[in-house]
Design a protein around this ligand. Sequence first.
Ligand code: CTP
Length: 399
Amino acid sequence: MSSVVVGVGGGIAAYKVAGLVRLFTEAGHDVTVVPTRAALQFVGEPTWAALSGNPVSTEVWDRVHQVNHVAVGKQADLVVIAPATADLMGRAAAGLADDLLTATLLTATCPLVFAPAMHTEMWMHPATVANVDTLRQRGAVVVEPDSGRLTGSDSGPGRLPEVEAIFRIATELLAPPDLAGLKIVVTAGGTREPIDPVRFLGNRSSGKQGYALAAAAARRGADVTLISANTSLPPPPDVAVVSVETAAQLATQVHKYATDADIIAMAAAVADFRPTEVSRVKLKKDSAAEPDTIALERNPDILLELVAARSSGQVVVGFAAETGDESAEVLEYGRKKLAAKGCDVLVVNDVSGGEVFDRHDNEVIVLDRFGGQRQYPRSDKSVVADQILDAVADYRDQD
Ligand code: CTP
């Protein structure tokens, strides 16, 4: 049984959230409902108390002797906000704590899921877009709203996602601590290969999938080291972060931590080439130092090195961004890469459609050395992270 907080925002879709509370209680979870003042205009306190079987508070002034504004968040295994209104997400993004729900969000270290519902104009407004982006950068899952008929005569994106869909995502994030006792090394981000003191060869990897993987593994009880190359993401809770810049530095750190690791996940985009020479001074145009060409040399293939050095029982996970005209083609490239790299598991990402970098969501196929193939629907990178870990845990059981 997990402790689930359902935070209810002040929108008409609050009435649908009664069904969500029911799904959680029927699944055996201990549910605390924290409605905002505005939410109580739509659905009253007795409904939430009866459905959850727990007392309901809105203000930080209730049960002060129990230091409720801290206790609710600290005890939670998961906080789900539904409906997440534009105002509520704005307050959460700004770090305000003017009611029990926003205070709870500041003290919770568990996964947070926001299920938005609002009119399309509000959802598309740059202020809301920026707030959603801030929440996602901090590791929260903000579910895409459904499109369809809204409260007035309008229609478009802004409908509360079906409560069954919210429940499915939430349940994925409530995975038990099944990775306790395991050491996991994750690499994330994109390496930079210097040309001179101010320029480098880089790539467009944001590091989001690797960070989500490290966060999910730590949440599931693993001892996680994240080797991070050039990201601007906040460190995930309970994860040791080692920062690197170049492929060579990444290789040194990975090999250092890999020796006693149970699982190594190479989510980083590693530059295959680096400039043969790095100029100590800035290369200036119209100077003697102006280069005609930049000569490149190969970086080591770290994944191949890890596979060669793999100890018994160690699982090495590679990642492959592939393009193809059809998904069959992407799969074929994935299978070939799995064989060429010799890793245990390969997470294949179809990047044919463009716009894949720096997104909050992802769609992967997980292949393994025994011929296993799992295809998952497009989901938030936090949910994808749990799916990858599920696949790796199953692979370890078979190995
Ligand atoms: N990788 C690595 N060292 C490198 C390049 C890639 O460890 N020098 C790892 C990545 O972290 C990833 C996997 O190899 O887990 C696949 O990366 P990818 O760039 O797709 O593979 P390449 O071997 O470079 O293949 P391609 O020729 O398709 O780019």
